[in-house]
Ligand binder design. Structure first.
Ligand code: CUA
Length: 312
C-alpha cells in the first residue's frame, strides 16, 4: 500500500490516467487565468496609479475585446463539459462482460460477496486486467465506496442498489475508504483492495469458496418464503426475467434490472406486471440486505432458462 507522503495516489486502474489528465487540464486552465488576472491587476495598478498629471482620456468600449473575452472562456468551458461528460459516461457504463461482486456497507464495515459465494470483510480480492462491477447497498446509513488508486468513488445507499465498475491495471494492495460520514467509527471504516494476477486470483477464489453459491442460497429462500407457490404458475414467472423488458399494469415498460427486482420484492405494489393482480405481500423489513441480494442472485441465475436450456 502507499507509504509516506505522495501528492497523488498511484494510478492503478484503466480510468485513473484519464481522470488525472482531465484534472491536470482543469488545474492548468485555472492556474493560467489566475496568473493572467493577477499580473494584469499589478500592471494596471502601477501603470494607472494616481499621478500629478492629468488622467488619460476615457476609452470607448471595444466590441472585439468584449467578444473575445466572452467567446474564448465559453469555448474553454465547452471543452471541459464535453471532455468530462465523455469520461463520466464511460465511468458509469460497465462493460457487458464485467464480473459482478456484491458489496454491503454497514456501520462500520464492508461486506463483500463474490459470485461463487466467497465472502470477505473489509477486503476485496480482484484479478488484474478484468472489468469488475460492484453492486452495492447499505443495511443502515449512507456510506461511500472510495478507491483512490482507481479514481472511483460511489455512494452506497440503504434501500437501493448503486453500481461502480473499474478495471485494475497493476497487481498490488490499495486503500479502500468510506468517503461519507456515517457515524462514530466512520474514519475506521477502511479496508484494502488486493489486485492479483488472474491465475493467483483463481487459486485464491477456489481456496475460499463455500459449499453454496448465493444463487443456491437464494433458491432456498425462494422456497422458505413460499415464493414458488405463486411464481411457479399463477404469478409472473422468474425464468429469463432478469434483463428483460416488463410491461406494467399502467401501460409503461421497465427493464428488469437489480433495482427493479429489489423494489418488486420489498414493495411489489409499486410496479405491478400487466395482467396480474397486486396480491403479492410486501417484504419490506422482513428480509435482510443479504437475503435480498441472494434472492436476486437466484433470479439472475434463471436468465438462461428463457432459452429453455438451463433448468432452475
Ligand atoms: Cu461508512 Cu463512513
Amino acid at each position: 500500500m502507499d507509504q509516506g507522503f505522495r501528492l497523488f495516489p498511484k494510478e492503478a486502474s484503466t480510468i485513473a490516467p484519464q481522470v488525472d489528465l482531465l484534472y491536470f487540464f482543469l488545474v492548468a486552465v485555472t492556474a493560467f487565468f489566475t496568473l493572467l488576472i493577477f499580473v494584469a491587476i499589478v500592471y494596471l495598478a502601477l501603470r494607472y496609479r494616481r499621478k500629478s498629471e492629468a488622467m488619460p482620456p476615457e476609452t470607448k468600449t471595444d466590441l472585439r475585446l468584449e467578444l473575445s473575452w466572452t467567446i474564448i472562456p465559453f469555448l474553454i468551458t465547452l471543452v471541459m463539459f464535453g471532455w468530462s461528460t465523455r469520461l463520466f459516461l464511460k465511468m458509469s457504463t460497465p462493460p457487458k462482460n464485467a464480473m459482478e461482486i456484491h458489496v454491503i456497507g454497514k456501520q462500520w464495515m464492508w461486506k463483500i460477496e463474490h459470485p461463487n459465494g466467497a465472502r470477505e470483510i473489509n477486503e476485496l480480492h480482484i484479478p488484474v486486467g478484468r472489468p469488475v462491477r460492484l453492486i452495492m447497498s447499505s443495511q443502515d446509513v449512507i456510506h461511500s465506496f472510495f478507491i483512490p488508486a482507481f479514481r472511483v468513488k460511489q455512494d452506497v445507499l440503504p434501500g437501493r442498489f448503486s453500481s461502480l465498475w473499474f478495471e485494475a491495471t497493476t497487481p498490488g494492495e490499495y486503500h479502500l475508504f468510506c468517503a461519507e460520514y456515517c457515524g462514530t467509527d466512520h474514519s475506521r471504516m477502511t479496508g484494502r483492495i488486493v489486485v492479483m494476477e488472474p491465475a493467483k486470483f483463481e487459486a485464491w477464489l477456489a481456496g475460499v469458496a463455500p459449499d453454496e453459491t448465493p444463487a443456491k442460497q437464494g433458491e432456498k429462500l425462494f422456497t422458505t418464503y413460499g415464493c414458488m407457490a405463486c411464481h411457479g404458475e399463477r404469478g409472473p414467472t422468474m425464468a429469463g426475467l432478469y434483463g428483460s423488458t416488463v410491461s406494467l399494469a399502467d401501460g409503461s415498460k421497465v427493464v428488469a434490472d437489480e433495482q427493479y427486482l429489489r423494489e418488486s420484492i420489498v414493495n411489489p405494489a409499486a410496479k405491478v406486471v400487466a395482467g396480474f393482480e397486486p396480491i403479492m405481500p410486501a417484504f419490506q423489513g422482513q428480509l435482510s440486505e443479504e437475503q435480498i441480494v441472494r434472492l436476486i442472485a437466484y433470479i439472475k441465475s434463471l436468465r438462461t432458462a428463457a432459452g429453455g436450456e438451463a433448468n432452475p
